[in-house]
Structure formats: C-alpha cells, structure tokens
Write a protein that binds this ligand. Structure first.
Ligand SMILES: Nc1ncnc2c1ncn2[C@@H]1O[C@H](COP(=O)(O)OP(=O)(O)OP(=O)(O)O)[C@@H](O)[C@H]1O
Ligand SMILES: [Mg+2]
Length: 509
C-alpha cells in the first residue's frame, strides 16, 4: 500500500490566527483505503488540518492535491461532491428533525411542485443506513436517539456513493464501548470498500487498534508519521509532548475530614417513565477523599449528579446533607450556595457561551467573587481569568479571545476553571477528561489530588476504568440506576468493577 499514489495530500500548509500559528508548513498524505490516525495535544492543529483538507476552512499558504492534481475546495459541499467529507468533533444534528431530514438537510429531494419528497428521502436513507449496517429508523426524531446512534447518523450524512475520504474528528469521545465496537466495524467495512479514513482521537489504544498509519502533530507542526509497526504507546506519547511523560495518574492519601456530602435514598424518575433512572441510591463522601462512580452508558450516573445539583427538582426525592446539615437543593443556585460544584457532561450546551470571551466565560458565574472585593472591575475579571488560563495551560493567545476559537479540549479547561473559581466544598466532575490530551489529563489529575489535599470532597464520574483505578480512593458502581457495589482502593480492580457494572451479573457470585 505504501507505494500507491495518495488520494489526497497537502504540501506546506500554513494557517495563522491572531496570536497563533495553527498549522506550520504541514505535509500530509492520505493513501487509498487506509485508516490514518491523527493525534496531538489540545490545540495542536488536528481539527484545523481536517477542516482545511475537507473544504471547511482555507489555508493561508500551501497546496492540496486530489489524485495528484492541485485542487481548491470552495466549501464543504464542493469537497463532498469530489468525495471528501468530514464528521465534526461536535454533533451537528438538528434535534427535532428526523434522521432522514437531517441527512438530506440542505440537499432535500424536492418534487416539481416544490414539496419535499419525504417518502423517497426515507427510502434512500433506509438504504444508506442498511449499507453501513445501522439499524436506525429514518423517521425517528434525532433527539430520541442515543449519542452513539446520532454519531452514526452524522457519519451517514457524510457518506455518498462516491465518498473516497472520510475525516472523523474524535468520533468516540461521547459514545459507549459497545457503540465504539460498531463504529470500528463500520470503519473496517468502509476501508474494505476502498474508502480512506482519517481519524482523530486522544485514545492511543484506539488508534493502535484500527490504524494503518499514525501522524503526530505538535504545536501546528507535523512531528512524524508512523507506520503501525513502528507505533506504540510510549513512542506516540513522547512525540506528542516532546518528552517522556511522568506517571499519568496522580494519587496520594489525604487527611480525611468529616462527612462532606451525604446522600440518602435518592430517587430520580423522568416524567412519564415507568421506572426510575436513579433508584434509591445512598452514599457519602468525606473531605479529603475522591469517590469514583463507575457504570456503563445509561447507568444513571449523570442523572445522579444532576439530581444532587438540583437540576431536576420536581422529579427527584432525596435527603441531602452537606457538612452534617440537611439542605434543600432545588436549583443550581441552591447547590452553589451550599458549596456544591458540578462540571457537566455536556459542556457545550451547559457550560459555555461560545460567542463570549474566555475571561467573560470564566467570570460569568463568578460575579459574586469579583464583586465582593471590588466593584465588578474589568481588571479584576481579567486577572482571575489569566490565573486560571495559566494554571490549566489553556492554549489561547489571550483571555479576550472568543471561546469558539479555542480547540475542543481547551474549551473544556475553561469550563473547569469556571467551576473551580467558586471554591466548592464538594466537587462533582462528570467525565472530566473526555476529549482532553494526555498532558492536560495529568494536570487535571494533579489538580484533583491537590484539591483533595485541601479538604475538598471530589466525586468523579468516568467511563474509563484505568482512570478511576488510578485516582479514586473508593469507587461506587452503578448499574441500571442502582448502586450495585462499592470498593476501597486497596481491593478494587478492573474485573470487580466491570462485573458490578454489567446488567445481569451477580456481583457476589
Ligand atoms: N477560528 C479560530 N480563530 C482563532 N484561533 C483558532 C481558530 N480555530 C482554531 N484556532 C486555534 O488554532 C489552534 C489549533 O486548534 P485546533 O482546533 O486545530 O486544535 P486540535 O488539535 O483540534 O485540539 P483539540 O484536541 O483540543 O480538539 C488552537 O490554538 C486554536 O485556538
Ligand atoms: Mg479538535
């Protein structure tokens, strides 16, 4: 394969933004029928490179070649027509439209009288989905689908009969293990039919599992393209961060203080649901302790955190005590007042205002902190933002940049800054390292450990077992809304946690 002519390639691509060189003379090739992994720290330039190669962005310098011929894509539509398509880092579906309507959005089939030919759209959509072995009903509303299924629709949208290269930007960051498996099958079948896939992920094991070649980007430069045979975990990490990384997980024992948070019999039932999503869950966390919450997709972990935080007051019943006091939390305001902090799972929707600057986003929910000592001063706002940007190594030319111009992972660090600025006593983190590169992950683990040392109680929901095993003092497992097991650090291991998380397995058997 290595001697075949590239389908798509670029020479010396340069892309500059105010204050950053996003891509610095990058040469990149895509061979026919290969799965090509792209990895690098947050802000390394992965999304930018993909956007440029798929017509969604234009380079300042450099040339793109399609089948050896120079080409300029006017826009994504133009690229799709020539067989190049992009699946975005963020899902871009319209929630209240059907699957078929989403797939045909912008290129609807219209009858001679100007009506949308829904039947025909549904029929073609059904065929398209069947071709990629997806069992999704074309007529169902997108917001009724699981995230993994939405991801498949997103991919289906990018495919047509002459597709030659598909760019996928972190497609697995929000989907469950099972769904990852079916995505990989889909990738394998596309590859067999000669389609090339360029795949961005922060998960090195995934890249090693599916890629023929792996390219590492660092600070906008292409560091190296490795063949599968030369690629291994250590090499990739070293190329990414430019040095040997210390131990990834950070954990130390801390002085335990009193019970910071005690939750008794929490029940959360969605409107019109026949059974509760969180079913009679009780637990407690001490200051100086990190409690991990493990479970599969749909186990009720996110809903547990949200209910504690007061986001579903009319559907939740529970007794909640903070530092020994029984409290009533019926809104996020109540939660904040009682010292709870939540890093939400869906940060785009819940955590950030993309059109506002980094500093405005950080200070947004923190007006009180700024007002206390000063009348809301622009200088104070900026100082606070700068402190956090520095502490988390948020990669942005300045705190006055709009959040929308930051790379995905850097946007997440901004949300985390927002939450921490409130100095919560109980910190609840929902998938805190999703979409975050290894280096930044380590910074977040170190931070969690430090906050624990300072007496905070930390709850971490994660789907990554190694992560919980690495940083938690204790792990509670949930399955189908119930608390099925709990293990202390010395006794917990991957197998025990997994057994307790899978429905139908007898934990004590
Ligand atoms: N529209 C824009 N305006 C200004 N700067 C931008 C814009 N888009 C990207 N950048 C900057 O270009 C750099 C590369 O960003 P890019 O999104 O390509 O990173 P990435 O490798 O995809 O990161 P991540 O892993 O976090 O998704 C970053 O410093 C980012 O802030
Ligand atoms: Mg990106």
């Amino acid at each position: 394969m290595s001697d075949s002519c590239p389908v798509l390639s670029c020479d010396r691509i340069v892309k500059r933004y105010p204050g950053v060189v996003a891509l610095d003379s990058v040469d990149f090739t895509v061979l026919p029928g290969e799965v090509h992994g792209l990895i690098g720290e947050n802000g390394a330039g992965k999304s930018t490179l993909m956007h440029i190669l798929a017509g969604a962005n234009h380079p300042d310098e450099g040339v793109i070649h399609l089948d050896g011929q120079p080409v300029t894509f006017a826009d994504p539509r133009d690229a799709i027509d020539r067989g190049i398509s992009l699946v975005h880092q963020e899902l871009n579906l319209v929630p209240y439209l059907s699957v078929a309507e989403n797939i045909f959005l912008g290129c609807e089939l219209v009858s001679q009288f100007g009506f949308i030919r829904s039947h025909e759209q549904n029929r073609r959509c059904r065929k398209l989905l069947a071709d990629i072995d997806a069992t999704i009903d074309p007529t169902s509303e997108v917001n009724r689908l699981r995230v993994g299924q939405q991801q498949v629709v997103e991919i289906a949208k990018a495919l047509n009969t002459n597709t030659r290269v598909v760019f996928m930007d972190e497609p697995t960051s929000a989907i469950s293990d099972q769904e990852v498996e079916s995505l990989f099958e889909l990738i394998a079948s596309l590859r067999r039919s000669g389609v090339s896939i360029v795949y961005v992920s922060h998960k090195i094991d995934e890249l090693l599992q599916i890629c023929d070649r792996i390219t590492v980007l660092r600070d906008g430069r292409l560091v190296q393209t490795l063949s599968r045979a030369d690629a291994d975990q250590d090499t990739i990490v070293r190329l990414m961060v430019g040095r040997q990384l210390e131990e990834l997980y950070v954990h130390s024992d801390a002085q335990r203080s009193q019970q910071r948070l005690q939750v008794t019999s929490l029940q959360f039932t969605r409107k019109n649901a026949t059974r509760p999503t969180v079913d009679d869950v009780s637990f407690s966390v001490q200051g100086g302790e990190v409690l991990g919450v493990f479970g599969l997709m749909g186990a009720g972990r996110t809903e547990l955190l949200e209910s504690i935080y007061g986001l579903h007051p009319s559907q939740t019943t529970a007794t909640i005590q903070v530092d020994g006091q029984t409290v009533t939390i019926r809104s996020a305001e109540d939660a904040l007042r009682h010292g709870l902090g939540l890093l939400p799972e869906d940060r785009k929707r819940q955590g950030l205002i993309l059109g506002m600057s980094v500093e405005q986003n950080i200070s947004l929910s923190n007006i009180a902190a700024i007002e206390r000592a000063y009348v809301l001063s622009a200088r104070r706002e900026r100082e606070l933002a700068q402190t956090f940007v520095k502490q988390f190594a948020v990669r942005t030319p300045s705190v006055s940049n709009r959040v929308s111009t930051l790379s995905g992972g850097n946007q997440q660090k901004v949300v985390l800054s927002k939450v921490l600025l409130r100095k919560p006593r109980v910190l609840m983190l929902d998938e805190p390292t999703r979409g975050i590169d290894v280096n930044a992950k380590r910074e977040i683990y170190a931070l969690i450990d430090r906050l624990k040392q300072e007496g905070m109680a930390v709850i971490v929901v994660s789907s990554e077992l190694p992560e919980l095993l690495g940083i938690a003092d204790r792990v509670m497992v949930m399955c189908e809304g119930r608390r099925t097991a709990e293990y202390d650090r010395p006794e917990m291991n991957e197998e025990l946690l997994m057994r307790a998380a899978v429905p139908g397995v007898d934990v004590h058997g």
